[in-house]
Design a binder for this molecule. Sequence first.
Ligand code: ARG
Length: 392
Amino acid sequence: MAIHIGEQELLSKAEAFLQEAYAELGKSDLLQQRLTHVADEIAATGTWTPDSDELIHGARMAWRNSNRCIGRIYWKSLKVVDARNLDTPEAVFDAMDEHIAYAFNEGQIRSVITVFRPKRDQDEFAPRIVNHQLLRFAGYTQPDGTCLGDPAEQEFTKHCMSLGWKGEGTAFDFLPYVLRWPGFPEQWRMPSIPNGVRVPIVHPELDWFESLGLQWYAVPIISEMMLEIGGIQFTAAPFNGWYMGTEIGSRNFGDINRYNMLPAIAIRLGLDMASNHGLWKDRAMVELNRAVIYSFEKTGMRITNHHEAAELFVQFEESERKNGRDVHADWVWITPPMSASITPVYHRLYDNTVKGPNFYYQDPCIGKLRFDITPGCPFHAASLQATAQKPE
Ligand code: ARG
């Protein structure tokens, strides 16, 4: 649920955004006129409507301001799809399919955000995509308490099944889209999955690796966060970049509470798992990450590695400073989950102040927020805070 912003607060947020955006766009001469118009619109309707240029630049600023994203050097290249005119679940599902197809681009992944309409006064709730990501694998809780598939998706998978969806029952079943749209009952539809989106994981030297049967999808499209521009909250605005290998190799496959593959890999590598001194987990993790990067490259899927991404982040910092802007970042998230100290970001300190426009967590549609929460952080729309817990 989005929080209510008072008119005065909304106006000052709109003003702050428009000032910054118009200066960056070299449109300062048009600012006064626009501010007057927006103030009138807020007085008359209680809200304001970013025009198409404002929406585009605002979304790019939100990416640029995303403290936890290491890939921000590309912020200017974000493609912004204005889907604010769509108002039926069918049309929204179609737009999500188009998002996936455009983003996937046969493996040459492109960053794109699709912005759906914000909540209106008469709506009983804000438009929401219930999914964490548009493409994601199901996690089926088994009678013995174990999980088949992605344990992070167990709650959502149960929810989908309660709506009448049924998966095939493999460890890599794509989940349906689930939508809460004002004026309609909650509903689901299967995404249209482009050929080639599923990447089978193989290893450059270890032939047995393939028999682990691992797969991952090529495009991570976050769909549960809220985009805020000048006080306007876009509660349904899925966006994507492309993967950094460790997100999959270290976290999705390596985390104990995810696919937890390190023990199986260490056994196949014949490592001594009796003692931590031999670093069996570390060795298994390196091979797993090599396999992920190799498999993506081999199938023509765009992917970055943590060394390249960290270097580009440092370049992003430099170019931001050249443009007179401070870079704010969350060290805990920016620092890669393997080989941290051999990337440059590890050795830097960051100011974690959150600036708008930005992307924020919202109250989860189902289950709990994915990260531990304590009160008081601007990162969460309902004043819930994500603590220093590492990201997924
Ligand atoms: N870490 C998440 C995952 O593994 C994706 C988050 C967004 N990542 C990105 N490269 N844009 O699915």
